[in-house]
Write a protein that binds this ligand. Structure first.
Ligand SMILES: *Cc1c(COP(=O)(O)O)cnc(C)c1O
Length: 457
């Protein structure tokens, strides 16, 4: 039996259960037995106390659609492996391009494994567009020092993409953020000017629409203006905040997103899809050119001339699941409005969580929630030792995990020195009640008292 969203126990205890279960070969019994193990050992994103990450409870209809995809197994790399799913993906992407504010006739895109892959694709196309025809060259031309500007709070996949693209992690120039972790417009302007004085070529600006920790949305229009002024590509990482496009209340936060050259959206976050349901889009299909590939066994010229379409040149992958299907089913079942109501419910829950944190003298709220995440810490009145607070907050979170009572996030604010550890609730279950959020907050305080008591005693 479990007493919360995860099984109680240490990582070693859970691993021992798994090893024990895998040590038996029981033929057809394996499916039921191992599925029980998977369920017992899962972090249940539908549990109101499972609130660490952008890890959503999937909609039943989307999970069912995904199961149909698994069984039918279309592969999107050639029409003859996915006749209907090929057409469906293109139509779905045009629909999503419209949501972003792109001209669906001119935009293009693909389903991805998530924000990490989408960010890599955006930066790859930026590199190829801005470093003129690099695909045909031996590499980055001598003397050219490309750089990418992204805020300090941008997702780590931006640095990793720069490394994978042969630019090096240090090609990413971190731009200072304000207290809410939103990129500072003046700092972006300064960083771009400095980079170009130093003889570097700003190939891309990455603006985050919904930072992973606070949901902050960078100033998108200012980023578009500055990118335009320096001839840089604008990539908007809306892996988290893209969900705001579904909500009338929150969509204005993303004003300006339609000016981006490319965007990342993750429907396995604020979209309630089983992973993976990433979407990558470019505003102008012609900027996709460097990914185009001809593989005689997949998209031969004569097939193409005869009217057989190919999505091969849209993706970094070859074999590829029809992840568009569950999204198409979901949008037809709930509509944008139905999904928007789920987004609004989660936003309301985050506001309620912030109220509960503010009301408790042992807790310190970091900032008002923007989307569905709340940052705070356990800080009993009078305690000012920042290093001790970091330790207590880290430990209380592990205590909740070990007892299986709650999965609460833990992160660190940008900067140096102690006092940066914060706890995080990322609320993605629209069925959670305000009462349950209050109970979760009390659970955190209880664990904090216990850990602080152990330290003192
Ligand atoms: C989650 C997230 C990513 C990474 O996306 P994956 O789907 O996990 O690959 C990138 N950027 C932001 C802002 C995110 O929140």
């Amino acid at each position: 039996m479990r007493s919360g969203p995860v099984p109680a126990g240490s990582p070693a205890e859970i691993a021992a259960l798994v090893d024990e279960a895998l040590a038996t070969d029981d033929g057809p019994g394996a499916l039921a037995r191992l599925t029980q193990l998977l369920a017992y050992g899962a972090a249940d994103p539908a549990d109101p106390a499972c609130a660490a990450h952008l890890h959503c409870p999937p909609l039943a209809v989307a999970a069912a659609a995904d199961l149909a995809v698994s069984a039918l197994n279309p592969s999107q790399d050639s029409w003859d492996q996915a006749p209907a799913a090929t057409a469906l993906e293109s139509t779905l992407l045009a629909e999503i391009a419209g949501l972003v504010g792109y001209d669906p006739q001119r935009a293009a895109g693909v389903l991805t494994s998530g924000g990490t892959e989408s960010n890599l694709m955006g930066l790859m196309l930026a590199r190829d567009q801005k470093l003129d025809g690099i695909v045909e060259l031996d590499g980055i031309p001598a003397g050219v020092r490309p750089c990418i500007l992204a805020s300090e709070a941008a997702h780590f996949s931006v640095q990793r993409a720069a490394a994978l693209l042969g630019l090096g992690e240090r090609a990413v120039i971190p731009v200072a953020v304000d207290r809410g972790l939103r990129m500072r417009e003046d700092e972006l302007e300064r960083a771009m000017a400095e980079a170009s004085w130093a003889g570097r070529t700003p190939i891309a600006v990455v603006a985050t629409a919904g930072t992973t920790d606070t949901g902050a949305v960078d100033p998108l229009s200012a980023a578009a203006d500055l990118a335009g002024r320096y001839g840089a590509w604008l990539h908007v990482d809306a892996a988290y905040g893209g969900g705001a496009l579904l909500s009338d209340r929150l969509a204005p936060l993303l004003d300006g997103i339609a000016r981006a050259d490319s965007v990342s959206l993750d429907w396995h976050k604020l979209g309630w899809q089983p992973a993976a349901a990433g979407v990558f889009l470019v505003r102008r299909a012609e900027t996709y050119v460097s990914l185009a590939r001809r593989a005689e066994y997949l998209n031969p010229v004569d097939d193409e001339q005869a009217g057989y379409p190919s999505l091969l040149g849209r993706s970094l992958r070859t074999t590829r699941r029809a992840d568009a299907f569950k999204l198409a089913v979901t949008l037809r079942t709930l509509g944008r409005d139905g999904l928007g109501r789920l987004v609004d419910s989660c936003h309301d829950l985050a506001l309620a969580a912030a109220d509960a944190v503010r009301a408790d003298p042992a807790l310190e709220l970091y900032a008002e929630p923007v989307l569905t995440a709340v940052l705070f810490r356990y800080r009993p009145p009078g305690v000012t030792d920042e290093a001790a607070l970091d330790e207590v907050n880290g430990r209380l979170r592990r205590l909740l995990l070990r007892t299986g009572r709650a999965v609460v996030g833990r992160t660190e604010l940008p900067g140096d020195g102690p006092g940066r550890v914060r706890l995080k609730l990322t609320l993605l279950n629209p069925h959670t009640t305000v009462g349950e959020v209050g109970a979760l907050v009390r659970e955190v305080v209880g664990a904090g008292r216990k850990v602080a008591g152990e330290r003192a005693g």
